[in-house]
Design a protein around this ligand. Structure first.
Ligand code: NAD
Ligand code: DAU
Length: 335
């Protein structure tokens, strides 16, 4: 199987490429990535010379690059390229609209013109909006995105759906809950908490800390994407989730305990504007139709993740220098 993966130098993309190349000997991957602040070739350093792997630096908004790669005839496209951080989208949404909406459109057009037979749009549970204390998002839940990031992802989903409907395009949308694991950029909650805790720095908890997310180990998400590639039905949406709800404050406390740091490091800071209270995924359709289910218990995944960050402190030090320092200062100094 020849795959065009976009955004493969990011967190989930690099986990996905590693998973596919480790699992199959008959998979060839071209990774198209712009290498934004979130893209990092170190994430795939060990696979750089793998005979089934090719890296192309480029933008999914660049028609010529995308056209060239699509005309090589991939069996499937997996679109993971995106601007992904909600707080950054609140600061400035332009790049989110460019990459997540216009970039997806560029990919769809080239895929359609080149008669690509499978296109996986990797989306998010955030397109559904927020839940109160009860209930779950199903694939039928109406789209009610709240942040500029979520709105850009929902827009891309609607474009894919429109292509399915209008052109009988073989698009499939996956909507996953919060991922965690190795190689996640430490602007995101879990690695940010680990990074700060390892340095004895305060852990910034937004609002009352009682916000809930449904956490899934990234490798389990990658297994789900593989199932969608092989068994997913064109035109369908598949929810992917961990059935694993946690309050932010409880995760932060657990990380402090595992790193033998005091709870006095917890610092309640100004909330994220429009902060979604709770996400929880009903993934029963994926269980039923794809035969997939999460395999990694949260405690086990968290242990693996913390160990990975401690053992890869050089990776952390590198990604938290430069742009990250300015970002952190901007985002947290006046909170
Ligand atoms: P990430 O921010 O770690 O990586 C994004 C990658 O996309 C980077 O390598 C970046 O360089 C690349 N990229 C950005 N703009 C690009 C462009 N214009 N052209 C080419 N490459 C570009 O993101 P992630 O957390 O790995 O998320 C991957 C996908 O999964 C996204 O679509 C995201 O919406 C979705 N998702 C993420 C989560 C999560 O918890 N992280 C959960 C559900 C869905
Ligand atoms: O649900 C899937 C989504 O999960 C993905 O689509 C997004 O790309 C991904 O970034 C993630 O979005 P969240 O907004 O849920 O993730 P984030 O890591 O930014 O925040 C998780 C929770 O932790 C959220 O309730 C906000 C809170 N938080 C976050 C940070 C960065 C804090 O309390 N303190 C922080 O410093």
């Amino acid at each position: 199987m020849k795959l065009l993966v976009t955004g493969g130098a990011g967190f989930i993309g690099s986990n996905f490429i590693r998973f596919m190349l480790e699992t199959y000997s008959d998979v060839w991957i071209v990774n198209l990535d712009k290498l934004t602040y979130a893209g990092n070739l170190d994430n795939l350093r060990d696979l750089e010379t793998h005979p089934h792997y090719t890296f192309v630096r480029g933008d999914i908004c660049d028609r010529a690059t995308v056209e060239k790669l699509m005309s090589a005839g991939p069996d499937a496209v997996v679109n993971l390229a995106a601007e992904t951080h909600v707080d950054r989208s609140i600061e400035d949404a332009r790049s989110f609209i460019e990459t997540n909406v216009l970039g997806t459109h560029c990919l769809l057009e080239a895929a359609r013109a080149n008669k690509v037979t499978r296109f996986i749009q990797v989306s998010t549970d955030e397109v559904y909006g927020s839940l109160s204390e009860t209930g779950f998002f199903t694939e039928e839940t109406p789209l009610r995105p709240n942040s500029p990031y979520a709105a850009s992802k929902a827009s891309a989903d609607l474009l894919v759906k429109a292509y399915v409907h209008t052109f009988a395009f073989p698009g499939i949308i996956t909507r996953c809950s919060n991922n965690f694991g190795p190689y996640q950029f430490p602007e995101k909650f879990l690695p940010l908490m680990i990074n700060n805790a390892r340095q004895g720095k305060t852990l910034p908890i937004y609002g009352d800390g009682l916000y809930i997310r449904d956490w899934l180990f990234a490798r389990d998400h990658c297994r789900a994407l593989d199932c969608v590639l092989r068994q997913g039905r064109a035109g369908e949406v598949y929810n992917i989730g961990g059935n694993n709800e946690w309050r932010n404050i409880d995760i932060a406390k657990r990380i402090l305990r595992l790193l033998r740091q005091p709870e006095s490091l917890l610092t309640f800071v100004k909330d994220r504007p429009g902060h979604d209270r709770r996400y929880a995924i009903d993934a029963s359709k994926s269980f039923r139709e794809l035969g997939w289910k999460p395999e990694t218990r949260f405690e086990e995944g968290l242990g693996v993740t913390i160990r990975w960050y401690l053992e890869n402190d050089a990776w952390l030090d590198k990604v938290t220098s430069g742009e990250y320092r300015n970002y952190y200062e901007r985002m947290y100094s006046n909170r």
